[in-house]
Design a binder for this molecule. Sequence first.
Ligand code: SF4
Length: 268
Amino acid sequence: MNHDVDWVVVGSGFGGSVAALRLAEKGYSVTMLECGSRFRDEDFAESSLREPRRYFWAPRLGMRGVLRLTFFKDVLVVSGSGVGGGSLGYANTLYRPRPAFFDDPQWAELESWQTALAPHYEEAERMLGVATYDEDDPADDYLREYAEEIGVASTHAKTRVGVFLGAPGETVSDPFFGGEGPDRTGCLRCGRCMVGCPHGAKNTLVKNYLWFAERAGVTVMPERTVTDVKPLGAPDGSDGYTVTWTPSGLRPARSGCSFASTGRFMSS
Ligand code: SF4
């Protein structure tokens, strides 16, 4: 059976970007379908309130920003939309879990997780350029004082962030990957991280995993909303899958678009 690509990755957030890069490095052909748009640093909204059309994702209403709100009966899900997924609009915080997580009785007996996962945390932190934030402001002082007041001062720590701190506003050749990555600009401490960093300081996925994935041959197709995944031939998927998409914002029945058959697919 003929397939157009080896793998289709649905979604270009953290899971999809890592998967796409590693699959391409192993020699597979990979196409990535992303429902949101592709943004340059200068494309992000300046304010979520003043520019809701550029901040929120609701394409049928003409809103094509980075933040999607999905309402269910009992829960509201906030997620990222755009090439780079949630990395475009999260708060850059990248913590390792505390020991209690690794020692949870649900899985503690299966493996020594803290040791087993340590090299993977180290690699993810290297790729995402994690650094300890290097400044204090009055909010930090209040938080530290409060921790002391209630007797938990030992739990206070500076935040680990995926940001190029560098010299504020200074653009330099790639500081993370031996010159193989994009130029970067030192963080200006402007606090726009969650709306979208306009300065090239935030280590979004387009600055690391996706940057290298596309260089390794991954095709990223923005503004494609996947509407169906069906086994191609054998019902267990052993012959591959057909992945159907529609241009984001159009109703599937009206657009009638479909994507070619694939060998495998992965939803991130
Ligand atoms: S330059 Fe501003 S938006 Fe970008 S990472 Fe620094 S504080 Fe966040």
